[in-house]
Design a protein around this ligand. Structure first.
Ligand code: MN
Length: 377
């Protein structure tokens, strides 16, 4: 049997203010495009079984456009595969907390061959294959028992969304030694956004695009999906192309005048503008006066070479220091907002300074309310 394992596609994910020609958020378009190319690659390899290990959508209520496109792409995949089984497990992002009645995932169960396990632990029998599904909601309610196969079928697949102590009980990070790995033909994990295998038949497929809160810590690991062949026992990560994300080497601004710092930042900006990547340049040890003098021109020019150019100026000496003082992220967003309003086309009677101030005030309120509520991934 051959199997394709995909996860954390986060359709409907949006970020930054740039829009596509059609007026959609550009990152939302990107994420859908990567999903499409992943499905095309999967269709080409003709797997017997496809597992989506959760977070098909980024939100519980995706936009109509997102639902329609996802439905079209999954229908086309199933068409090409002649309706061979595709199992989708509910993730923490796309499962409503309250009731199952309004779960958008259930709509996809109407596509030939698609099985949805949105909320409860369930075992689906597909000929010679058992697929035991542990959606995010079912994982939350279980008591910590190990998951074991429930049938005697020759192929037994566990599909689970979460950081799975039940599968990978405490052993350093997530250990493989104590898992019932030998009981399962394959364990398809979702939730963690980087590809991560545990032994020869368990892995997180990772996300298909950069959709986490902190995309910068994911740069080193390619996005993609996983191919598994039970005959050869071979587990292969299949990368997909995404928009490039570039984290430039941080600049130390100690002793630099603002024009010298500008020159350094400009010199470092040597990526291919036609790729329109997402770029971050961090600068440490920036004095408040230098920050004020750093021209908007620089941000605009470099911003035009990228989908997003994040210039993160910090008074602290290192990233760890700036995180400790807690003000960095808010400051960063404020700067992005100020830049956006400086660049935006506005009616002549609109006061840019006033709009900027209102936005900054709102950002502060959001930051405060976020700090007081717990952060779920
Ligand atoms: Mn996810």
């Amino acid at each position: 049997m051959t199997l394709a394992h995909i996860s954390d596609t986060h359709l409907g994910f949006r970020a930054y203010s740039r829009t596509s020609r059609g007026g959609f958020n550009q990152r939302e378009v990107d994420v859908m495009r990567t999903f499409e190319s992943a499905l095309d690659a999967i269709a080409e390899r003709e797997p017997d079984l496809v597992i989506h290990a959760g977070d098909l959508f980024h939100v519980v209520r995706p936009s109509n456009a997102t639902i329609v496109q996802a439905y079209r792409l999954i229908s086309r995949l199933q068409d090409r595969r002649g309706g061979k089984p595709l199992v989708v497990v509910g993730g923490n992002h796309d499962t409503p907390k309250v009731s199952d009645s309004g779960n958008i995932l259930n709509l996809f169960g109407t596509i030939p061959g698609v099985h949805i396990a949105s909320r409860d632990l369930e075992t689906i029998e597909l000929g010679e294959v058992e697929v035991t599904c542990v959606p995010s909601e079912a994982l939350g309610s279980s008591s910590g028992d190990l998951y074991l196969p429930r049938t005697g079928l020759p192929n037994r697949v566990l599909a689970l969304h979460g950081m799975a102590r039940q599968v990978l009980p405490d052993h350093g990070e997530f250990g493989v030694e104590q898992t019932p790995a030998s009981e399962w033909t394959y364990v398809a994990l979702g939730d963690y956004h980087c590809f991560k295998p545990y032994g020869s038949n368990i892995c997180y497929a990772g996300s298909t695009d950069f959709t986490s809160t902190n995309i910068w810590e994911e740069i080193g690991v390619p996005k993609g999906w996983v191919w598994f062949d039970t005959n050869s026992g071979m587990l292969e990560h299949m990368p997909v192309a995404t928009r490039r994300v570039i984290d430039l080497r941080p600049i130390d601004a100690t002793g630099l005048e603002s024009d010298e710092l500008e020159a350094r930042i400009e010199a470092a900006a040597e990526w291919d503008a036609s790729e329109q990547p997402i770029v971050r340049q961090r600068v440490f040890n920036v004095l408040p006066l230098t920050r004020q003098r750093l021209g908007m021109r620089l941000r605009r020019e470099l911003g035009a070479k990228a989908l997003v150019f994040q210039l993160v100026l910090s008074q602290s000496a290192t990233d760890a220091d700036s995180r400790r003082d807690g003000a960095e992220r808010v400051l960063d967003l404020e700067e992005i907002w100020a830049q956006h309003i400086a660049d935006a086309t506005v009616a002549s009677n609109v006061d840019r300074a006033e709009i900027t101030a209102i936005g900054i005030q709102l950002l502060k309120e959001v930051a405060e309310s976020e700090a007081s509520s717990s952060q779920a991934r």
